[in-house]
Design a protein around this ligand. Sequence first.
Ligand code: SIN
Ligand code: MN
Length: 263
Amino acid sequence: MKLNEAQLKQLQDEGWLFLPDYFSQEEVDILKRESDRLFTLKRDEIYLEKDGTPRSAFAVHRYSAIFDALGRHPRLVEPLMQMYGEGVYLHQYKINAKAKFTGDVWQWHQDYGNWMEKDGMPEPKAMNISVFLDEVFPFNGPLMLIPKSHKHGVLESNKDSATTSFPLYTQPEETVERLCEEGGLMAPTGKPGSMLIFNGNLVHGSSGNITPFPRKIVYLSLNACSNYIRKPTREEWLAHQDFAPIEMVADDAILQFRDEAAA
Ligand code: SIN
Ligand code: MN
């Protein structure tokens, strides 16, 4: 799947692009069922909320054939190859659960600032691409984005790394205030199967979920192969080191797991 001129321009100017209903209901049912299974596992790559509810499952391609297929899916990989004009590899891969009632905040941050400082990624030639597994409403902790904030490059960040999640450099309140005055604030909402692409330098975060509606979103951070990380300092599941270009699967690859998911 290639992006058209208007979509490329939206990504360049605004730093994000939302594609509603991009995966079918049948595909999403397979992915969702598998994600529920993964969140019952006890693994180092699966992080918990303070009360023990699963929060994030990292590197899911390593222990799920279904999510391995999603990570190689042409509908995700091709737009990034098109933008960078070369092969891309998977820098980070996670499912963020944001559970009903207990799903906690993600502080304001830029991803590329973290990739640069913690992983030694040379250039902002990497982007996030995400797929909604649940319906994302305005009230169940949607991902919030500050449009155009990517144009400022890497912003000065708080260096204490203390967050509700794995350690991250976050953005000071004054910066968020200034950027919102400039670019506004938006939160893409929509049905399961919708897809969002956003620039690695776009400032983003999300609030807690006190509703009975979980908000599961899959995030892949794809990096241009020539931009491979030079100085990894984190656990391998937060910053992968397999720099070979992703080998894509067929467009109907998720549906091949239909029977397995129904079992
Ligand atoms: C992230 O920035 O990594 C995810 C934030 C969210 O899922 O709300
Ligand atoms: Mn992020």
